[in-house]
Design a protein around this ligand. Structure first.
Ligand SMILES: C[S@@+](CC[C@H](N)C(=O)[O-])C[C@H]1O[C@@H](n2cnc3c(N)ncnc32)[C@H](O)[C@@H]1O
Length: 258
């Protein structure tokens, strides 16, 4: 993908080989520092009653694999992109992870109340229409068991225009309305930046989608470097590169409980 000075205002199409090859190169270190561990904690993955996890919009499958490696559970890794699933199969497989090609609003291979926990990491920003997003939340609600939790991780929508270590959502000084296309920059592991276009959803949109889909309770959490000390053996936040992340939380996790 070429870096664009002025990104087109049309959301990125995710089911191509090109975007899959680009996304797997994203430097996701800050995601592993703060975002994904917060999701695992909110979903209570270490607890014995969480045996089946749905990773909807699994992309290259790194997070599904880590969940299976670190916890005693089975993972349904679902994505609409064959190219993402091919990377997941070739590079990030695990015996307890099964892969499925499906759009999030039709998980018909899963029975009602058959999963204990579900996550969508950086997925709703790829969904440009509210009805589509609500249909995904409703389908996750169907397959979750009563009391099960659904965690939605995204870049924090209040912090548009802020350049974090490996991404920036929105342009400095710009404001975005719910459902509006928003330029996003991702830093690759080789140091280059690529441009994509996401859809902007404020925190209230996620809470509303979850409530309208039947979730009994919703709340949100904002993982901070102080939390990371709970999740990582060494003080990984001591690195000088996390300057912005120390003062401005990069991620928002919105959770719904059935
Ligand atoms: C930004 S990537 C995130 C991948 C992964 N969750 C991670 O954190 O590494 C978003 C993924 O969501 C998938 N996706 C977008 N809309 C989807 C939908 N409606 N149903 C299933 N997958 C979807 C895309 O194909 C893409 O692989």
């Amino acid at each position: 993908m070429t870096a664009l000075v002025d990104a087109p205002r049309r959301p990125t199409v995710w089911d191509t080989a090109e975007i899959a090859d680009d996304f797997v190169m994203w430097d996701d270190t800050v995601g592993w520092l703060l975002g994904y561990p917060s999701v695992f904690e909110q979903l209570r993955l270490p607890e014995p009653e969480v045996r089946v996890l749905l990773d909807l919009g699994c992309g290259p499958g790194k997070v599904a694999r880590r969940a299976a490696e670190d916890h005693d559970l089975r993972v349904h890794a679902v994505d609409l992109s064959p190219a993402m699933l091919a990377i997941a199969a070739a590079r990030y497989g695990h015996p307890r992870v099964s892969r499925h090609q499906a759009g999030g609003s039709d998980l018909s291979f899963l029975d009602d109340a058959s999963v204990d926990a579900a996550m969508c990491n950086f997925v709703f920003v790829c969904v440009p229409h509210r009805d589509q997003a609500r249909a995904i939340a409703a389908e996750v609600h169907r397959v979750l068991r009563p009391g099960g939790r659904f965690a939605i991780l995204n870049a924090h929508p209040l912090h548009t225009g802020v350049t974090f270590d490996s991404f920036r959502i929105g342009r400095p000084g710009a404001t975005y309305r719910a459902g509006e296309p928003m330029p996003v920059r991702l830093r690759q592991t080789d140091g280059t930046w690529v441009d994509i276009v996401d859809t902007y959803w404020p925190a209230e949109s996620y809470h509303a989608m979850l409530r309208e889909s039947g979730f009994a309770r919703t709340w949100q959490t904002v993982p901070l470097p102080a939390d990371a000390q709970r999740w990582h053996a060494s003080d990984v936040t001591a690195e000088r590169r996390w300057t912005t992340e120390r003062t401005t939380p990069p991620f928002l996790v919105v959770i719904g409980e059935k």
